[in-house]
Design a binder for this molecule. Structure first.
Ligand code: HPA
Length: 273
């Protein structure tokens, strides 16, 4: 039967014929961080288009490539390009790369993204460690038949984020002199940016940042026992907080401005994991 698990297995089986990703650190490169992929030493590259059951990505700046190699002496498997729910992919598809990484023997996963800040003390350019999250996407990759081969029906989310790696990340930021923050990431379905009323709601229920990704990957990672952390680049203050309208261009510009710092942080974290 071609259930989600079988589809993931077929993808992993193909990837294994091209690369050995066991014990690598998985990194999902969000907006602006794609450049890190070009800095990987001795890379082995697979186009998503060649991987069975992987769809193509459609967002500009989110090219679809899997890159295995070395970064700061650490073995990494970078995903350049992710599948977003707002593109019309199913949650099973959005979560597939995470599950495939687990099947490949990846030891931990670092998720990155661009996000809007709704914590008033944040500024565009702030880096935020995701300590916890709110799933407001109206769907969930764990919905439906449970994939017993991967994890339990009712996975715990008290410790969804790996405490040890999250603390290590914060320590690395401190040592680099980066004023990184931590907080709650709230995922909306998108693709529109939120309304000011939605942002007031997000603030009321405890969100520090809002975005349209990452939560499905955290849920899938936690379910299958893959240690995961997430870091958001706050590219803009969320809707209604400044009186300015939001634009994808602004998001890209700020992500671009912060990328040096962000890349440095990722490099240090993986070298100490
Ligand atoms: N909202 C949702 N997603 C985002 C934002 C935002 O303000 N900025 C970057 N990604």
């Amino acid at each position: 039967m071609n259930n989600t698990f079988t589809l993931c297995q077929q993808a992993a089986d193909y990837i294994r014929t091209k690369m050995d990703a066991s014990d690598a650190i998985g990194i999902v490169l969000g907006s602006g961080l794609g450049e890190l992929a070009e800095e990987i030493e001795n890379p082995t590259i697979i186009d998503y288009g060649d991987i069975p059951n992987f769809p193509k990505t459609s967002v500009p700046g989110h090219e679809g490539k899997l890159i295995l190699g070395t970064l700061n002496g650490a073995k990494v498997l970078c995903l350049k390009g992710r599948f977003h729910f707002y593109e019309g992919h199913s949650m099973a598809t959005v979560a597939m790369p995470t599950r495939v990484m687990k099947l490949l023997g990846v030891k931990a996963l670092i998720l990155t993204n661009a996000a809007g800040g709704c914590n008033k003390t944040f500024k565009p350019g702030t880096l935020m460690f995701i300590d916890d999250f709110i799933n407001y996407m109206g769907d969930n990759p764990l919905y439906g038949e449970n994939l017993e081969e991967l994890g339990p029906r009712f996975p715990d989310m008290t410790k969804a984020i790996d405490e040890r790696y999250n603390e290590l990340g914060k320590k690395c930021a401190k040592e680099l002199g980066i004023d990184a923050r931590s907080g709650v990431y709230m995922a909306f379905r998108g693709p529109n940016y939120e309304t000011p009323a939605e942002i007031r709601f997000a603030q009321t229920i405890g969100a520090d940042a809002v975005g349209m990704s990452t939560v499905p990957e955290i849920l899938a990672a936690r379910h299958c026992g893959l240690p995961v952390i997430g870091i958001s680049c706050i590219t803009n203050m969320a809707a209604g907080m400044t009186g300015e309208e939001l634009s994808h261009k602004e998001v890209q510009e700020v992500a671009d401005r912060v990328k040096g710092e962000f890349k440095g942080l990722i490099r240090k974290i993986i070298s100490e994991m």
